[in-house]
Design a protein around this ligand. Structure first.
Ligand code: UP5
Ligand code: MG
Length: 191
């Protein structure tokens, strides 16, 4: 079980910037942190068939941000269950409502924010060639997701930038090159 509050790293960046699969998986494998993808938790929840689950399915299909009430309870449950002292939270918080609710409900402030910076054209190409069967990987929803990222999520990154907490990574490189920059930052937290 979790004794003290876990140390949290937020992993943020546009849709397709490479937050999930490649980078977080490597950190889990090599450094043993718990990885929670807010999007993965929401996609699992939408299969529950509950009214909330159906709302989540519709919002994801439209590229909209789910209310923090839903996302935070999924994250809290998964953090408790995971029982790790160091947690990567990928794809959250996405707007000011997410950010302030997480901080007030959990009392947790991130150690730092990994920001995967990537040009839209590159992200678009990656998402269009991904074969994960996601309901939001079509060009229409991808464009909506980009707009939501710029309008609602970039202000969160700017908020943490002003607090000196953003570690910006050039994500428009090979996965190994990206990881070479990520690894020492995360290792530094563990030292
Ligand atoms: N790829 C990755 N890195 C590469 C590299 N360096 N070079 C070449 N290819 C690379 O990667 C995407 C694809 O690119 C993969 O095929 C990968 O192999 C390749 P991935 O690691 O999956 O990128 P990621 O940044 O995780 O992209 P993802 O599509 O998951 O980002 P989103 O932020 O859009 O998705 P998420 O799952 O976080 O959210 C989906 C939706 O859920 C949101 O739009 C929203 O509706 C909802 N949501 C909320 O409402 N609230 C939340 O808190 C979270 C999600
Ligand atoms: Mg992802």
């Amino acid at each position: 079980a979790v004794k003290a509050k876990p140390q949290v790293i937020f992993v943020l960046g546009g849709p397709g910037s490479g937050k999930g699969t490649q980078q977080c998986a490597k950190m889990v494998e090599e450094l043993g942190l718990l990885h929670l993808s807010a999007g993965d938790l929401l996609r699992a929840h939408m299969k529950s068939g509950t009214p909330d689950g159906n709302m989540v399915a519709e919002m994801i299909k439209q590229g909209q941000i789910v209310p923090s009430r839903v996302t935070i309870s999924l994250l809290e449950e998964a953090m408790l269950k995971g029982g790790k002292q160091q947690v990567l939270i990928d794809g959250f918080p996405r707007n000011e409502e997410n950010r302030s609710a997480f901080e007030s409900q959990t009392g947790i402030e991130p150690e730092f924010v990994l920001f995967f910076d990537c040009p839209e054209a590159v992200m678009e190409q990656r998402l269009l060639s991904r074969q994960a069967g996601r309901t939001d990987d079509n060009i229409e929803t991808i464009r909506k997701r980009f707009k939501v990222f710029v309008d609602s999520s970039m202000p969160i990154i700017n908020f943490y930038e002003q607090k000196g907490k953003v570690r910006k990574i050039n994500a428009d490189r090979s996965p190994d090159e990206v990881y070479a920059d990520v690894q020492p930052l995360v290792r530094g937290l563990q030292a």
